[in-house]
Design a protein around this ligand. Sequence first.
Ligand code: FA5
Length: 347
Amino acid sequence: MTDVASSLEALAKRLAAAVEAANDEQALEAARVRYLGRNGEVTAIRRSIGRLAPADRPGAGKTINDAVAAMERVLDERRAGLAARDVEAALAHRIDVTFPAQPPALGTIHPIRRVIDDACAYFERHGFAVVLGPEVEPDYYNFDALNIPPGHPAREGFDSFWIDDTLLLRPHTSPMQIRTMQMHKPPIAIVAPGRCYRRDAVDARHLFQFHQIEGLLVDRGIHFGHLKGMLTGLCRTLFGAYQEVRFRPSYFPFTEPSAEVDTTCPKCTGHASACSMCGGSGWIELGGAGMVHPNVLREVGYDADAVCGWAFGFGAERLALVRYDVDDIRRFVDSDPDFLEQLGTIS
Ligand code: FA5
């Protein structure tokens, strides 16, 4: 090893020790000046090259340059380490335990839940009880007891998810009419909200899993005027006074007479001819309703000559579409936090 190389090696060791011991930027700079500064120890070695034979000078120059580069790397690494340590220390001191905490981000109640709660509250104010029932039901409750015997064409209107030959995911909440009447004598006044399932193709107003709100009132002297009044009142409560609602004659095996209740389409407000929501009719259906069929009353052991009643089943998603002016039912199940938060601010 040449004299130059051995001097540099010894010097690099001392520099490394000084750098290691340096605990701040100033100490590090002092080490740099001492070894690599203009009048530092490396400069003294550089000057000594002049005393070498001309042929040895280029090799010595390269050795010095390589050693200087290595020493600068050692200095840079230590500098970066000290800076990171200082940042960590500064951050640690920024924790002010007396500072008020950030309020936690609160979610909002889902629009479907709000519609169901508000509809139930409306009926509770009128003396109705809220009841809940199973989502998996035998066909007896879904169909037979509702005057839809096997082979009845109305069964095809409820394209259902069957679990076995007799059990299915309920396609409507009307089984709760039967369950309630089997358990209680008249008078009956209940609403039954809950999930329903149908093998429907999903589009702007259909889902395969949705919610209905069922209503049932049975007593002496009940008539269609009560039904119309209560459902009109429900729509006013949910939509305000200016949303148009119409009752259209219809057919359900479990009610006679029957009606469907429509409201002006929230997307085109009744004006567009090619509306994806209402298909151009200007109306969307909220649900079905009617006077409970005497066969249904007899099925649960009631005296159909003494008592009568009405029932209805509204789609909660349809009510929410209109109430919140949403143009596609799928938005309620997209779980988009911005959309849900925005609707959460609407009363
Ligand atoms: C029925 O389900 C009857 N059980 C309603 C009823 C109850 C009539 C009591 C008379 C007495 P319908 O199949 O029309 O009827 O459905 C009622 C409402 O549920 C529809 O108007 C709609 O608002 C909602 N609905 C039905 N299918 C879907 C679906 N696939 N997606 C979203 N909503 C739906």
